[in-house]
Design a protein around this ligand. Structure first.
Ligand code: ZN
Length: 232
């Protein structure tokens, strides 16, 4: 009887599994969303959006002309940010992406260089990857940004990954070239004269974001900015 009750309680607990913080795995309180108060206070914010010489600006310098580039958080190996982005990318935890996106949006809205962005564009995923994962982590960030920063357009689908099946069989240089050419803008007129903010989860070499920016660069009157959730 006790066993049966114990099992029953276990089953009930399974239905109401406690939600855990994406940063530290501690149980969240009812009012906390995806990230606990302590981790939110400890987020390694870079606070460099208005510094035209910040780390992300340096990554793109001499490669492509951007209006502004920055990142929200400092990425460190084995650190809290890696843990959170891993949950977003590989463990289906879209809640942490929405929460990080909200904070990214709130911060960008306060920045002189980013505040007048008209369109938020998530770096697209290849359709095979999208099918596998079920969502695009960069689009989840954009969705979160919208909650805190309304009035922007977010044209998911405007940018597409061009199929590059031979990519893995080619050498490093060829692959680099492929990454650059791997994106295609579906409707250039939709972005004429706009300040477009490209959003991704992490910026490391910048090759993916550069490829997206190149696909946009020919649009008349466009200004292109880049914002990553984290910079390695
Ligand atoms: Zn935490």
């Amino acid at each position: 009887m006790l066993d049966a009750t114990g099992r029953l309680l276990g089953d009930v607990a399974g239905i109401f599994l406690p939600r855990c913080c994406a940063g530290c795995d501690q149980v969240l309180t009812r009012t906390e969303e995806a990230i606990c108060g302590e981790c939110l206070a400890d987020l390694p914010r870079l606070r460099a959006h208005d510094n035209p010489d910040n780390r992300v600006e340096q990554i793109f310098r001499g490669r492509i002309r951007l209006h502004a580039a920055s990142a929200f958080l400092q990425f460190t190996k084995e650190g809290m940010v890696q843990h959170m982005l891993h949950r977003l990318k590989y463990q289906g935890d879209t809640a942490v992406g929405l929460e990080l996106g909200r904070r990214m949006g709130g911060e960008a809205a306060q920045s002189a260089r980013f505040a007048d962005a008209d369109v938020l564009l998530a770096v697209p995923l290849h359709r095979n990857r999208l099918r596998q994962r079920g969502y695009n982590q960069a689009q989840v960030l954009v969705d979160g940004m919208h909650r805190e920063w309304p009035g922007r357009r977010a044209d998911a689908g405007l940018l597409r990954v061009v199929h590059t099946s031979t990519q893995t069989r080619r050498g490093r240089l060829a692959r680099w070239g492929n990454v650059k050419a791997a994106f295609q803008l579906a409707d250039a007129r939709a972005l004429e004269g706009a300040h477009v903010l490209l959003v991704d989860d992490v910026v490391t070499t910048g090759a993916t974001l550069e490829g997206c920016a190149l696909a946009l660069a020919g649009v008349p009157g466009i200004r292109i900015s880049v914002l990553a959730c984290a910079c390695a």
